[in-house]
Design a protein around this ligand. Structure first.
Ligand code: IMP
Length: 202
């Protein structure tokens, strides 16, 4: 059974391929499937955006599609940057600049109010059958932490260098990729997707 991963990010494609090894699912990237689509992510929640992406590509291809949407929610910024995480301060602004701006904004915020979480929604859209589009399944993974006082770590990407993980006593950019994948929002959402796919028994 083929499953298209609605992302241009090859790391995400590789990760889900590894998790589905030994099952009957073949994971295709957008490139493998020959699709080029610029999807307007105009939802106001991670779930809405994931569903928009999954259903748009499903409608284009008639195949089963998995899409994800994720971001960082900071309590002291009322949940921002949230669904605007990659667009925060402009898509082309580098993350060192974005991360420094956040640290500056939170410089007087005490530890107990520095709560933050990475959230990942994944949507699994199914091909139309007998003229009916089955309901898209949605999953959510959350990675709890807080905003660090300084930038630390070279691994990961995006906001990882300012995301402090209390259990590990380090930022997610200091964690090994394997350790981060086990705890992360994406890892947790993906585990639920994999369980749901295995349940489909196709
Ligand atoms: P996407 O929806 O997976 O493309 O992620 C949107 C944005 O959220 C990214 O561009 C990052 O700014 C942020 N983000 C999501 N997941 C992570 C993560 O694991 N580490 C750091 N930043 C992340």
């Amino acid at each position: 059974m083929q499953l298209i991963m609605a992302t241009g990010n090859q790391n995400k494609v590789r990760e889900i391929r590894e998790m589905l090894e030994g099952t009957s699912f073949t994971i295709l990237s957008m490139k493998d499937a020959g699709i080029e689509a610029d999807i307007d992510e105009n939802g106001t929640t991670f779930e809405e955006n994931a569903v928009i992406k999954a259903e748009t590509i499903r409608d284009l291809t008639g195949q089963m599609v998995l899409a994800d949407d994720s971001g960082l929610m900071i309590d002291a910024m009322d949940g921002a940057p949230g669904v605007y995480s990659s667009r925060f301060m402009g898509e082309d602004t580098d993350y060192t600049t974005k991360n420094r701006a956040i640290l500056e904004r939170l410089k007087d915020v005490p530890e107990e109010k520095r709560g933050a979480r990475f959230v990942c929604a994944m949507a699994l859209a199914f091909p139309e059958k007998d003229g009916v589009k089955p309901e898209t399944q949605v999953f959510r993974g959350v990675f709890e932490g807080r905003i660090a006082y300084e930038i630390a770590g070279e691994n990961g990407f995006g906001y990882d260098p300012i995301f402090y993980v209390p259990e590990e006593k380090m930022t997610s950019a200091e964690m090994s990729p394997e350790a981060k994948n086990r705890m992360s929002h994406r890892g947790k959402a993906l585990q639920q997707v994999v369980a749901a796919l295995k349940e489909l028994k196709i």
